[in-house]
Structures are given as structure tokens and as C-alpha cells.
Design a protein around this ligand. Structure first.
Ligand code: F6R
Length: 608
């Protein structure tokens, strides 16, 4: 969703801010803008549409001179994506400019109050109240105005502020929205996402909720909400510039699909030594584990589907019942959660608003929370009692690929960890699973290599308006993610369905030529899925089977085949999803879709 950047130093700020905004494009946005502070004047340039248009409008930043400033990519919430609603916004007296990620929940009440005091509003945004509150509370001390303004705001925000009274200074404030200060030499930065910082510095300070920073070229002072200066640890950003760039691939999605063997290795290596799983970041006492009555996995979208696929291994190896609940539903349902519940929150970005709300709910009912997260220092990582990072590296494409498979890998590792601590599996089974996990990077690579026919299959089916994805048990779990990938990047309606359930109504939709992707990688029930394939074929469906090379029964039924290497059944979803990502990619390419930035979607969904 929205992204913010800030720079102050000795170089021209505008080109640096524009570059930072380009790095944030992947998050999804519909307008962009910058505000540059020069002497006692602020120059604002903003536009609806792409950052490239802003680059053109500002002549690469040359017509906005000045060495400090703030920038924004906006994903419209309050008001349409117009030039006027784009950020930065200026205060009525023109002395303050503000960029904002998040939502000010009490903006209507603040707007009414400011209108009554004679302030004029030009945009429909919630953000304009912030910049006018700054003007209202400014009595010659910008820091105090920032603090008073923050004390009036309810909701979530990462805010960047400049004021003509403090040339060379940029302010940054955080509440429930990520904000990172980049520490340079003779220049400093802020950004809502490390990808905008890595080209300039690897030294970062992660702000916590309620904190704000006054940043000049020489130093970054961090304050708590009472205005007391605090010392914060400088962390090292480990993501490198190349992983955040396309590196010769046509799309980030393709690059990230092919990165999966490496990403999965990075998730496994620090935790699996031979057949021994260690989880240093996790301290679960024997007493706590013995008292556990249930594990509740909560997440949204693909992360939820990773939970759906991971539950089988956890249940089987630990003997603890696992419930998987959509984070957006959790608060409104009656999921039984208490101190005997371990909540596992899964999130690539670590910033998904519904997942954050679900964690808060879980904690308030006494559960401990284990987060499985990719982005270091994210809100979810901070909120949880324990965090297991997925170490997938930056995921730029909006549709997750390596994010999902590394989440699933960590869930599998966790299931083995539980197997060792309280498990109910035989040693022989445990050993087989550990060996399979060790082999996973190689198997993922094989599943990429053994399917050169996917572009041809995509060419055959890309013009259909709908597709079914069917499977049972672990195959069904993988089909959920397979169908989501197809929907979100190719805009083809794709429905995942438990294969055995089709005949209870939905089979009425199967008619001549209907593509059905049948996942048959679960040896225990592959035969049952075979009979469902026969049912849909009898009604004219064209079947694309996903299976092993030696599964003769399924091969003889299918119209087209996608192969995966043999793998333990419990782990099969992580392998079978990889060629399905490829299938969705090639179908979307055939259809000329904007693969890395599908319409209406944002990388990190920070609204509920
Ligand atoms: C789909 C996709 C989304 C995310 C969902 C949760 O490709 O990426 O469905 O999985 O928005 O996001 P995170 O994992 O960041 O909490």
C-alpha cells in the first residue's frame, strides 16, 4: 500500500526521493508526490499515476531544488486517486508539508474542529487534518507541535513532516505502521520499507509505536511520546540491492519463483542440522507444551493458505489439534482461545492489519503468539511472543511466491520441532521427514526443471474465463493457493474445490472444454481423486493433472500433465505449488496482464 520516504543531507533530495519511490512501487499505489524544503520555502510536486510521470514532471527532480524533503506513493483510501488528493499535503499557511501512510480514524471529528477554527481543506484525504493540526499547534517549536498533533490522532500512521522553520530537518512519527530511519554519513533517511533504503545505507533504526524522530544531515534523534530522547539499537539491513532488483528477469514474479530453492535453503539451513531441528528464537517450556490444548493458525490470503497446508504436518507430528482461521474473521467468530492455545500468525509483510488485529485478540484472551514473518522488525514480529523469520529476502512482486513456500517450510520445520519435543510419530517417520526437508531445495529446483511444457499448456488454456482446481486433503490445501495465483495475476476466475465435494452441486458448472487442474500428489487418496477426474471428464472437462511421473493411473486420464518429483505426502504442497505458480505466470503473460502489479492489489494490506 502507500509508501513514504525522507532524505536530508548535502545532495539534491528530489532525485533520491524519486528513486526511493520507484523502489516502493511494488507495494501498489495510484499517485505519487514529493515536497522539497529549500531555505524557507517548500516546493510540492504531485501527480495521479505512476512515479515515472512524476519524474517527467519534475525533470528527474531538477525543478525541485533543495537538500531535504519527503515523498509518497499513495494507495487511495479517503478520496479518489487525483492530483489534489495525492500527498504531500500543505498546511494552510504553507509552512508544513506532510506525507502519511495509514488511516486517521478520527479525521472527521478533527476536520470539523479545524473547519470551525477557519481552516480550509482542499483534498478529501484524512491526512490534511494532520498538517493543519501541526499549524494549529505550532508555537515556534516544531517538536512540540509534532507531539501535540500525535496526541490527537487515532488510527495508524507513519508520517513524514517538513517545516520551513527548521530547514534541513525532517520529522518522522510512527503508530502501527512501519517506519525505519536509515543512518548514513553526513546524510540520513527514513522510509516505510527497507527496500527504499538499501541502495543508500545498511544501518537502520526501527521506530516503535509512539516514537518519533527529528532527523538532520548530522544526526537522527529519537524520542518517545513524552518527548524524552531515547537510545535505539542500530540494526544491520541484510537484504541486498540485487535481490530487490529484477536482475535480467522479465518480471519480479518470475525471478522470485526461480529464487525458491535458495530461499527455502535459507529458511532451513540455520534450523535443520542433519536430522536435528533447533529453534533458537523459540522458548517453549515442557510445562507449556504439556498444557497446550490447541494450535490456532491465523493469517490472510496466501499466508492463510500456507497455514491450511501446514496444519496436516503439525497435527500429525504433534498430536495437537490445529485450527486455521482467517484473521479477518477471527475477532467476529467464537474461536475458543485461552492460555492453552498457541496462536501462530503467518505474514510475509508483518504489517497486515487483520492479522495484527487477530494477534491482539488472541493475546487478550491469554494465548501466546508465535509469528512466522519475512520482514525483519515488522509490526507482527514485534507484537509476537516469538518470531521465526522465513528469510525469503525481499519479495517485490505483489503475488507472493517465495513468501508462501518459505512460510510453509517454516511450518514444516516447526512440526518437526514439535515432533521431537512432544511428538507422536515414530522415529522412522521423523527421520524420513527430516531427510525430505533437507532435500526440499533440490526438489523445488527439480519441479521447476521438469516442466518445460508449462508455457505451451498456458497457451492452450489462457483464453478460458474460468478454471477449477481440485484435490483432496494436502492436494486441496495446495489447490487453494494455486487458484489464488491464477485469479490474482491472470484475472481468470479460478475456483479451488475439494475434489470429493464437486458432485454435491458444483459439478453443474462443468461443461464442454472447462479446464480443471487436478492435483494428485497425495498417494493415500490419489485414487479417489482419479474417480473425480473421470466424473469431470465425462462432462467434457479438459484435465491438467499435477502428479508424479510414475502415477500411471492419473497420467492415462489427463489431457495435459504437470510433473513434480516424489516427496513425502505431508510436504507435497510446497513442491506442487511451484509449477502452479509458473502456470499462473504464463497464463497471465499470454493475457498481457501487469504481472508484478495486478490491478486493485497492494503488497501489504494495512487496512482492515
Ligand atoms: C497473494 C498475496 C496475499 C497475501 C495477504 C497476506 O499473492 O500475497 O494474499 O498473502 O495479503 O499478506 P501477508 O503475508 O503480508 O500478511
Amino acid at each position: 500500500m502507500c509508501g513514504i520516504v525522507g532524505y536530508t543531507g548535502t545532495q539534491q533530495a528530489a532525485p533520491i526521493l524519486l528513486e526511493g519511490l520507484k523502489k516502493l512501487e511494488y507495494r501498489g499505489y495510484d499517485s505519487a508526490g514529493i515536497a522539497i524544503l529549500s531555505g524557507d520555502a517548500i516546493t510540492v510536486s504531485k501527480i495521479s499515476g505512476k512515479v515515472d510521470k512524476l519524474v517527467e514532471k519534475t525533470e528527474g527532480g531538477r525543478n525541485c531544488p533543495g537538500t531535504s524533503g519527503i515523498g509518497h506513493t499513495r494507495w487511495a483510501t479517503h478520496g479518489a486517486p487525483t492530483d489534489i488528493n495525492a500527498h504531500p499535503h500543505l498546511s494552510n499557511d504553507g509552512r508544513f508539508a506532510v506525507v502519511h501512510n495509514g488511516i486517521i480514524e478520527n479525521y472527521q471529528e478533527l476536520r470539523d474542529e479545524l473547519l470551525a477554527k477557519g481552516f480550509v481543506f482542499y483534498s478529501e484525504t484524512d491526512t490534511e487534518v494532520v498538517v493543519n493540526l501541526l499549524e494549529l499547534y505550532d508555537e515556534g517549536d516544531v517538536k512540540k507541535a509534532v507531539m501535540r498533533t500525535a496526541s490527537r490522532l487515532r488510527g495508524s500512521y507513519a508520517l513524514g513532516v517538513v517545516c520551513t522553520d527548521e530547514p534541513g530537518c525532517i520529522y518522522a512519527m510512527r503508530e502501527s505502521s512501519p517506519l525505519i530511519i536509515g543512518i548514513g554519513v553526513g546524510e540520513n533517511y527514513f522510509a516505510s520499507d527497507v527496500t527504499a533504503l538499501v541502495s543508500y545505507t545498511r544501518n537502520a533504526v526501527y521506530l516503535d509505536d509512539g516514537e518519533f524522530a527529528r532527523i538532520s544531515a548530522e544526526k537522527a534523534e529519537i524520542f518517545d511520546s513524552s518527548g524524552t530522547e531515547i537510545r535505539k539499537k542500530i540494526s544491520r539491513i541484510t537484504w541486498d540491492v540485487q535481490t530487490a532488483e529484477k536482475g535480467g528477469y522479465e518480471h519480479f514474479m518470475l525471478k522470485e519463483i526461480t529464487e525458491q530453492p535458495r530461499a527455502i535453503k535459507a529458511a532451513i539451513d540455520p534450523r535443520l542440522h542433519g536430522r536435528e531441528v533447533t529453534m533458537d528464537d523459540l522458548v517453549l517450556s515442557d510445562r507449556y507444551l504439556k498444557g497446550l490444548k490447541k494450535i490456532l493458525i491465523t493469517a490472510c490470503g496466501s499466508s492463510y493458505y500456507a497455514g491450511c497446508a501446514g496444519r496436516y504436518a503439525i497435527e500429525q507430528f504433534s498430536g495437537i489439534p490445529v485450527e486455521v482461521v482467517l484473521a479477518s474473521e477471527l475477532r467476529y467468530g467464537n474461536a475458543l482461545i485461552d492460555r492453552h492455545t498457541l496462536m501462530i500468525a503467518v505474514s510475509q509483510s508483518g504489517e497486515t492489519a487483520d492479522t495484527i488485529a487477530a494477534i491482539r485478540e488472541g493475546k487478550s484472551r491469554g494465548a501466546k503468539v508465535l509469528a512466522i514473518v519475512n520482514v525483519v522488525g515488522s509490526t507482527i514480529a514485534k507484537l509476537a511472543d516469538w518470531t521465526l523469520y522465513t528469510w525469503a529476502g525481499p519479495e517485490i512482486s505483489v503475488a507472493t511466491t517465495k513468501g508462501y513456500t518459505t512460510q510453509l517450510t517454516v511450518l514444516y520445520l516447526f512440526s518437526l520441532y514439535l515432533a521431537k519435543r512432544i511428538g507422536i510419530v515414530s522415529e522412522e517417520k521423523y527421520n524420513r521427514m527430516a531427510d525430505a526437508l533437507n532435500a526440499l531445495p533440490r526438489l523445488i529446483q527439480e519441479s521447476l526443471d521438469m516442466n518445460p511444457s508449462i508455457p505451451r499448456i498456458a497457451g492452450k488454456y489462457h483464453s478460458f474465463r474460468s478454471m477449477f482446481f481440485i484435490g483432496r486433503n494436502t492436494d486441496y490445501a495446495a489447490s487453494l493457493e494455486g487458484a489464488l495465483k491464477m485469479k490474482e495475476i491472470s484475472y481468470i476466475h479460478a475456483e479451488s474445490y475439494p475434489a470429493g465435494e464437486l458432485k454435491h452441486g458444483t459439478i453443474a458448472l462443468i461443461s464442454d472444454g472447462q479446464p480443471v487442474v487436478a492435483l494428485c500428489c497425495n498417494d493415500f487418496i490419489s485414487e479417489k481423486t482419479a474417480s473425480n477426474i473421470i466424473e469431470v471428464k465425462a462432462r467434457g472437462a479438459k484435465v491438467i493433472a499435477v502428479t508424479f511421473r510414475d502415477n500411471q493411473n492419473i497420467l492415462s486420464l489427463a489431457d495435459d500433465v504437470i510433473y513434480i518429483p516424489r516427496i513425502e505426502t505431508e510436504l507435497s504442497p510446497v513442491v506442487e505449488i511451484v509449477p502452479l505458480q509458473m502456470l499462473a505466470y504464463h497464463v497471465a503473460k499470454e493475457n498481457g496482464c501487469d504481472i508484478d502489479k495486478p490491478r486493485n492489489l497492494a503488497k501489504s494490506v494495512t487496512v482492515e
